[in-house]
Design a protein. Structure first.
Ligand SMILES: Cc1cc2nc3c(=O)[nH]c(=O)nc-3n(C[C@H](O)[C@H](O)[C@H](O)COP(=O)(O)OP(=O)(O)OC[C@H]3O[C@@H](n4cnc5c(N)ncnc54)[C@H](O)[C@@H]3O)c2cc1C
Length: 465
């Protein structure tokens, strides 16, 4: 047998599943990371993979993984390419594993509230199929239309309704994956187990570095009987945080709780002069009524004025619209969002420090934030920055400077540097500050044990030794 991986892939899977035409390779060169788009526009990132493989079954994935490992060929899993942290950048010797053809719904089980999907299943299609049975996944990332169920697991994603329903780790029942040696594992078969460490967590957030996720079983919910909304204005971020903390610590759980600083509030309603808090309440009708009333009462007690429900309805209707990068890059502006999290006592300090530091970067046009995922012990912040430069060549360094300021303010302030987009390439060098040198060593030990020659998505997640 030839040692050429492409020859071996074609022999094992058939020619039709191994793509080598230039346009097919170009299409899947990278994910949605803005840096890859900047480099594309400068003609600085022209590398395509050696081939794109589109497996149709778990057995196909096993064959691909075994060939990659046997030939020492880098293997890069690709869900739907909506990742925003540089988790996918191809090189000329790599195999790109496009999971898009593995998109079946394997089962929907209304009795046990479970649904099993192939990993390449489009997120919105998964939601629509369970919605047709009166059910919901409860997972609504803004990218639901352009991301895959397997990608959600690989990046440890969060949805907009997470405050009540949880993040992907709370919604997963079972994960099926092919490990770098080609073996198949299925982890999870009951609502809970006390059978040693929960091995599903090794794959959640693994970003293609520890294996290929081939199937996912989600724990569903019945569709909510009723939905209601509420909105309030707060004089500053601290007052808003205090309100959110008190509401959640009293035991209320609106699925959506978001707080925007003044700058971002103006995007929700132009007349905004203060911070804005919006909430969506969902569930049994009686509970929704009581929760909304409790939120209104608490806000009044704390001196937060109510805002029209229409602000929330407008957000609900437009929440998944995002302009493409070209709009801003054409104006020589680089922008991005950076999500972090921290406990209640630390979050305001991180907000102040990060926005002040980014505002100092020459050309800064915007440094703002909102929160969107609330916990009993703290919440996340989602920073947005926009920086203008005279020359497109200077956008990339401005971008990394803004990230550095936010990462440093978060780490110095005692927060976690990644809430839900993952690590990819942009956060890799900050992993030692996040996990400590011992934590990084543990991650490396795991990687070496599972993937000793390092074929799975090299360059991502784990910092160089
Ligand atoms: C407009 C926009 C809005 C977004 N909103 C949100 C949001 O609300 N919440 C959120 O959490 N994220 C959000 N994201 C980020 C992104 O959509 C998520 O990270 C998503 O989970 C990625 O899924 P994907 O299928 O597109 O993965 P890809 O981009 O294809 O891959 C992401 C990473 O996972 C790996 N991977 C993908 N599939 C597999 C697999 N089957 N097995 C092993 N590894 C795999 C890849 O190698 C890569 O490292 C947003 C992105 C955009 C562009």
């Amino acid at each position: 047998m030839s040692s050429d991986p492409i020859f071996q892939l074609k022999a094992a899977l058939g020619e039709a599943k191994v793509l080598t035409a230039t346009d097919q390779l170009q299409d899947r060169r990278h994910d949605y990371w803005v840096v890859s788009h900047i480099r594309d526009r400068l003609g600085a990132q022209g590398q395509t993979p050696a081939c794109v493989v589109r497996p149709a079954s778990v057995a196909d994935v096993q064959k691909v993984v075994r060939i990659a490992t046997a030939t020492g060929t880098p293997l890069i899993p690709f869900g739907l390419g909506s990742g925003v942290v540089g988790g996918i950048i191809t090189s000329p010797n790599a195999i790109l594993l496009d999971m898009g053809a593995m998109s079946a719904t394997r089962s929907i089980d209304p009795e046990n509230l479970l649904a099993t999907f192939d990993a390449g299943k489009n997120g919105l299609e998964a939601e629509q199929e369970v919605a047709a049975r009166g059910l919901t996944t409860g997972h609504w990332p803004q990218s639901i239309e352009v991301s895959s169920v397997g990608g959600w697991v690989a990046t440890r994603a969060s949805g907009q309704f997470s405050t009540a329903y949880g993040n992907i780790e709370d919604l997963i029942y079972a994960i099926e994956a092919v490990l770098p040696d080609g073996s198949l594992v299925t982890l999870g078969k009951a609502p809970r187990a006390s059978a040693g460490p929960d091995l599903r967590h090794i794959l959640m957030g693994s970003e293609g570095t520890l294996g290929v996720i081939t199937g996912v079983t989600l724990s569903l919910r019945r569709a909510a009987e009723k939905q209601a909304v509420s909105a309030f204005t707060a004089p500053d971020m601290r007052a808003g945080f205090t309100f959110q903390r008190d509401l959640v610590q009293r035991g209320w759980r609106p699925p959506v709780m978001r707080q925007y600083d003044v700058r971002e509030s103006k995007r929700l309603h132009e007349a905004a002069r203060d911070c804005t808090i919006i909430m969506v309440h969902e569930g049994p009708a009686a509970l929704v009524e009581v929760e909304r009333a409790a939120a209104v009462k608490l806000a009044a007690t704390m001196g937060l004025a109510p805002l029209p429900d229409a602000i929330v309805s407008h957000w609900l209707g437009h929440r998944n619209h995002v302009a493409g990068w070209d709009d801003i890059l054409n104006r020589n502006i680089v922008a991005d969002t950076v999500e972090i999290s921290a406990s209640w006592d630390k979050i305001a300090g991180i907000y102040d420090a990060a926005t002040a530091a980014v505002a100092q970067i020459p050309g800064c046009r915007a440094a703002s934030a909102h929160s969107s995922h609330v916990y009993r012990s703290g919440l996340n912040l989602y920073f947005t920055f926009a920086i203008a430069k005279d020359r497109p060549e200077d956008l990339e360094s401005a971008y990394f400077e803004a990230w550095k300021q936010i990462m440093t303010a978060t780490a110095d302030g005692g927060g976690s540097m990644a809430h839900h987009h993952g690590i990819g390439r942009v956060r890799r060098d900050y992993m030692t500050r996040e996990l400590g040198p011992e934590g990084v060593a543990l991650l490396r030990a795991l990687k070496t044990a599972l993937d000793p020659i390092g074929v799975m998505n090299p360059g991502v997640l784990i910092p160089d030794a």
